[in-house]
Design a protein around this ligand. Structure first.
Ligand code: GRG
Length: 313
């Protein structure tokens, strides 16, 4: 036995690298963590495991985990919660996001057949298992958050942030509102309220949660909240733009469906050019929100905002 073996270094991203490499590192580490730590929990519910694996282990852009990790390093080199615990929190938000995609794709919602370039969860595993898998992912995510934040003293705050992001104030409320409003004949900026809740709330929640994990101070939390909200609004407006101008093979899902369904979108309200200008303004605002932050991840947060403001998938 080698008694002098150095203990395994805790996981940390190399923030001096370009954004694409930092994101690839986060995505790969997440992939290993999901396989090693998360899917094991579903072995006792063996029939659900393939459905959960199908939805969770096929990577999308992993935007929300990146926001968690980068926000945690927006204050200092040494976040209060780091290593595998930070990865666990990043995984939990990806689980919340994955649940929302599974349920959003169901026949009773958007009725989509493709997601991330592969069949949606209910197409591959049936409506019943997809519904179970989505519900379990949401609840298991809160189990992980409770475990990882329990020693930090900010568990109640973290639970509230995630509850607001995913619940009536956020994703569920926004998605419900989206189904209630007609695509035309409502006030010009009604789409912003839908976007704020159904999409921006979770991105904002990720930045806040990452800040809490990092142990940053209150002014930094306010800055991260503002950054996350502007970025989230821009992110959804681009989703609307891609539905009009995007290529189905590149985007990995059906396009043209919003106009067909008469949805209230940024493009329906502002037109393609107007929606593009609206995105640019939001990305500028997001960048300004970062002005007071000085941690090692701040340049990468700026790169991410720029990159998402120009994304094609
Ligand atoms: C109670 C039925 C029910 C639903 C729960 C489904 C739901 C609430 C909310 C859906 C909210 C939703 C899907 C908003 C769209 C947000 C959005 C643009 C998702 C796509 O995110 P990306 O592009 O996806 O980050 P990838 O695949 O890259 O992870």
């Amino acid at each position: 036995m080698n008694l002098f073996r150095a203990p395994k270094e805790p996981w940390r991203p190399d923030l001096s690298k370009p954004l694409a490499e930092v994101q690839a590192e986060i995505s790969q580490s997440l992939q290993c963590f999901i396989a090693r730590e998360v899917l094991a929990r579903w072995r006792g519910s063996a029939r659900l495991l393939p459905a959960v694996r199908h939805a969770l282990a096929v990577p999308g852009k992993r935007v929300r985990p990146s926001l968690i990790v980068l926000s945690a390093y927006s204050g200092s080199e040494s976040p209060a919660i780091a290593g595998d615990s930070l990865l666990a929190i990043a995984t939990a938000v990806e689980m919340v996001h994955t649940y929302s995609l599974i349920h959003d794709d169901l026949p009773c919602m958007d009725d989509d057949l493709m997601r991330r370039g592969i069949p949606t969860c209910h197409v591959a595993y049936g409506i019943s298992d997809a519904t179970w898998a989505g519900s379990a992912l949401l609840i298991e995510a809160f189990v992980i958050l409770a475990r990882e934040f329990s020693a930090s003293g900010c568990l109640p705050e973290a639970a509230r942030v995630m509850g607001d992001a995913a619940g009536l104030e956020g994703m569920v409320g926004g998605q419900w509102l989206d189904t209630q409003l007609p695509g035309t004949g409502v006030s010009g900026d009604a789409f912003i309220e839908v976007h704020r809740r159904k999409t921006a709330a979770l991105l904002q929640g990720c930045c806040t949660l990452g800040g809490l994990a990092g142990g940053v101070d209150e002014p930094a939390i306010v800055a991260l909240r503002s950054f996350g909200e502007c970025l989230g609004l821009a992110f959804q407006a681009i989703d609307d733009l891609l539905d009009v101008t995007g290529n189905e093979r590149v985007v990995g899902k059906r396009v043209g469906k919003d106009a067909q369904a008469g949805k209230l979108t940024a493009t329906a309200t502002l037109g393609v050019e107007g929606a593009r200008r609206y995105v640019d303004e939001l990305i500028d605002l997001a960048m300004s929100a970062l002005a007071s932050l000085e941690g090692p991840a701040v340049p990468r947060l700026r790169d991410l905002a720029f990159h998402l403001g120009h994304r094609v998938l």
